[in-house]
Design a protein around this ligand. Structure first.
Ligand code: AHG
Ligand code: MN
Ligand code: MN
Ligand code: MN
Length: 314
């Protein structure tokens, strides 16, 4: 049995700094706290919506705010953390003036699924950023990326650049390694897309989905990107959230810094692909903390087909 702590000691031997290891440990601990909070949330009255909206105009759930606070507290206990960036914060928050790492997070992903008791998650990423301006770096600069999926089990999926490790929270509240080197199968006959938005898809996505349906592919859409990603980690498939072709400047639904980039790093580290059109997600130069981007990721062969179709379109 490899506990999370044993894994972290191994990372230290492999050259990861003590500071970075402390960051990973503390973020994992925050996900354990969030997991605990979620389990009894309706008993604590933590349901429904608040009267607050976040910077992108979404109504915040009590658990969006609570999860954000748990992660912010984690950041404050870490002397090496310079900034926190979150879906639920208007701008970056300065943590320690002499810190060097920015922690970037979606505290609760899929929060519209909370009250129906469907899997939600936390997505996080760590980059080096001594100044606020350093935060807007492409996803290739991420040092660590991961997510926790809060479903029937609480599962932590992590990469420090070398492969992807999966941990499951045990009854004692300790993460134990359950997959040492997670891989996304290159081929799969399953896609995830919000089909209700069909009228707004671009021609490449529309043609791909039509062909997939004709070929008998299966469709799944949880509405929590973390849950849809976790399915892809387990049995392959492709996830698509394209931009709205009627609103070309909207960029899509998902946010680059705390949704697309960390998932993109995990997917690539597991042998999959993550793109926006012809470009890989991880190569995008960000322009804003809450920038939205179209997102396609998953099994390599399927994503490559889509990338080739975008390339051929010109
Ligand atoms: P969040 O709850 O963090 O705002 O993210 C929600 C995202 C993502 O989890 C999911 O894939 C997508 O929104 C669902 O979009 P639809 O409402 O269009 O299905
Ligand atoms: Mn949201
Ligand atoms: Mn999200
Ligand atoms: Mn969220």
């Amino acid at each position: 049995m490899t506990t999370f702590e044993t894994f972290l000691q191994g990372q230290k031997q492999a050259g990861l700094s003590d500071d970075l290891i402390a960051v990973i440990r503390e973020v994992a601990e925050a996900t354990r706290k969030i997991s605990d909070t979620l389990k009894t949330s309706s008993l604590e009255g933590l349901t429904g919506a608040t009267e607050e909206t976040n910077v992108q105009g979404e109504t915040q759930k009590p658990l969006d705010i609570l999860s954000n606070d748990i992660l912010l507290d984690a950041c404050r206990t870490l002397p090496s953390v310079s900034f926190a960036v979150s879906e639920e914060l208007d701008a970056e928050v300065a943590i320690h003036a002499d810190g060097k790492y920015a922690i970037i997070f979606d505290p609760l992903d899929g929060s519209s699924n909370l009250d129906v008791n469907v899997t939600v998650g936390t997505i996080f990423s760590v980059i080096e950023a001594k100044e606020a301006a350093d935060i807007l770096k492409s996803g290739r600069h991420q040092l660590v990326a991961g997510y926790a999926a809060y479903g029937p089990q609480t599962t932590l999926v992590l990469t420090t650049g070398k492969g992807v490790q999966i941990f499951t929270l045990n009854a004692q509240g300790i993460y134990v390694m359950t997959t040492e080197d997670a891989k996304i199968v290159p081929e799969a006959k399953e896609f995830a897309i919000n089909a209700a938005r069909r009228a707004s898809w671009d021609d490449v996505v529309a043609a791909y989905i039509e062909e997939a349906i004709d070929a008998g592919h299966n469709m799944r859409w949880v509405g929590s990107m973390v849950a849809d990603t976790h399915r892809i980690f387990n049995r392959g498939g492709v996830f698509l959230y394209p931009a709205d072709r009627n609103k070309p400047t909207s960029g899509g639904r998902l946010r680059l810094l705390y949704e697309a980039n960390p998932i993109g790093m995990l997917v690539e580290a597991a042998g999959g692909e993550a793109i926006i059109g012809e470009t890989k997600i991880l190569d995008i130069q960000p322009t804003g903390l809450h920038q939205r981007v179209p997102v396609i990721f998953g099994s390599r062969t399927e994503v490559d087909k889509l990338a080739a179709a975008y390339a051929a379109r010109k």
